[in-house]
Ligand binder design. Structure first.
Ligand SMILES: *[C@@H]1O[C@H](CO)[C@@H](O)[C@H](O)[C@H]1NC(C)=O
Ligand SMILES: *[C@@H]1O[C@H](CO)[C@@H](O)[C@H](O)[C@H]1NC(C)=O
Length: 405
């Protein structure tokens, strides 16, 4: 039985093994097919993913360039709006000036001066114990007047360039008015009086003085019939000119001057001359003192330097300055024109202190002064405000601390 059964068993075994083997290889094929399918699917998905990524990147790019476009449109719009606002401001300013000018031309109102209720500004007197005997100078006549406010303004005329200077000869008994239009010329105009200067009709000046050289800037003065001015094409030469025959009678070079404009808002003026109760002064900015203003007292006869003081007043954002009784008052503004304010002062006697004084405001909201000249007799400022010849009346008070020395 075993002899007969064994081959059968073997056959059966063989068959079984064969079927197992054939069954195994078909399973492999199935798995491979399956895996291939999965691979293909994954590849497809990867492709899709890649495409999506490209699309998203493209979209992001489009979006960002769109946003960029929007942003530039917005900034263009913004600058347009800003320009329009600026234009409107300039027009309002012009209108204001025109109004003041016209109001001033109405004869019945010509005596009425516009007064603006300002903050009652009082310069606090320096404390007695803080009086420092710093600068003991000998001047022919000392005085003790301090500025307390800039009270009112009157626009006298509109003539000449946007920059220029005009003033009265401050020497006693002189009524003559001088006008130097522009920032460089060889000509000045002389009028017999303020009234003749202000006349509505275009009155010819009493005299047209032609000099044999050009003056420069807006810092000139006429004192006792002599013009003191900065000679053009020199950094720091001051000339004294006899106006009767337009001849130079004296000249000097001001040490340290001529490297910086005196006031950053008036870039063509390198020397600013001034007259106060004590005499003739010149103001300049010195780069060696951080661009601060330096004041020099000049002998009006010989132009010799008498004394020099370095002040702590900066020239940056300044548009002008003037002296009253040996105290320098510096006027600041913005380069767009705005409200002029006195924010720094320097007293050669050291009795008035800048840090104890409040800011003094000019009456008008929009100004752009190219020159400001104080007249000690009139107690008035003669200013050139963007082509308008303007007078400011000032209030002064006694500064008794000077006599306490
Ligand atoms: C010089 O001033 C006169 C009178 O103000 C003026 O007519 C003339 O145009 C000025 N010249 C220059 C170059 O500005
Ligand atoms: C100019 O006038 C002054 C005073 O009138 C006189 O002293 C001077 O000699 C004159 N100069 C010239 C060059 O005519």
């Amino acid at each position: 039985m075993s002899g007969k059964l064994l081959p059968v068993l073997l056959l059966a075994l063989h068959l079984t093994a064969g079927s197992v083997r054939s069954q195994g290889s078909s399973q492999d094929a199935f798995i491979i097919q399956y895996l291939e399918r999965r691979l293909a699917q994954m590849e497809e998905r990867l492709n899709l993913c890649e495409q999506n990524t490209v699309a998203v990147t493209q979209k992001t790019y489009d979006l960002s360039s769109e946003i960029r476009g929007f942003l530039s449109t917005v900034s263009i719009l913004r600058s347009e709006v800003r320009n329009q606002v600026d234009n409107v401001a300039v027009r309002v300013d012009r209108m204001e000036r025109e109004l003041e000018y016209l109001e001033n031309k109405i004869p019945t109102q010509s005596d009425i001066e516009m007064e603006e209720a300002l903050l009652e500004q009082q310069i606090k007197a320096a404390e007695q114990e803080q009086l420092k005997k710093k600068a003991k100078i000998k001047v022919e006549k000392d005085c003790s007047t301090a500025l307390s406010q800039i009270k009112s303004l009157k626009i006298v005329k509109r003539t000449g360039d946007t920059s220029g200077s005009w003033f009265k000869d401050p020497s006693e008994g002189s009524a003559k008015v001088y006008l130097l239009s522009g920032i460089r010329n060889n000509t000045l105009l002389e009028y017999v009086s303020l009234q003749s200067f202000a006349e509505r009709t275009t009155t010819p000046p009493a005299k047209v003085v032609q000099l044999p050289f050009d003056w420069q800037g807006t810092g000139h003065v006429v004192y006792n019939g002599f013009l003191y001015c900065h000679k053009a094409e020199t950094p720091n030469q001051i000339l004294k000119v006899d106006l009767l025959n337009a001849t130079v009678v004296d000249s000097t070079l001001l040490p340290g001057a001529g490297r910086l404009p005196v006031y950053s808002l008036n870039p063509n003026t390198y020397l600013d001359l001034a007259v106060d109760e004590l005499g003739l002064w010149v103001i300049h900015a010195d780069p060696e003192y951080g661009g601060n203003l330096v004041i020099t007292k000049l002998d009006k006869a010989s132009l010799a330097v008498e004394y020099t003081w370095d002040t702590q007043c900066r020239s940056r954002d300044a548009e002008g300055a003037f002296l009253i009784c040996g105290t320098l008052y510096v006027v600041y503004n913005t380069r767009y024109g705005g409200r002029s304010t006195i924010q720094c002062l320097y007293d050669i006697h050291d009795t008035i202190h800048s840090d104890e004084s409040p800011v003094l405001f000019f009456p008008k909201r929009y100004t752009s002064h190219s020159s400001i000249h104080y007249h000690p007799g009139d107690k008035q400022l003669y200013a050139w405000d963007d082509g308008y010849q303007t007078i400011y009346k000032v209030d002064t008070r006694r500064n008794d601390q000077v006599t306490a020395e």
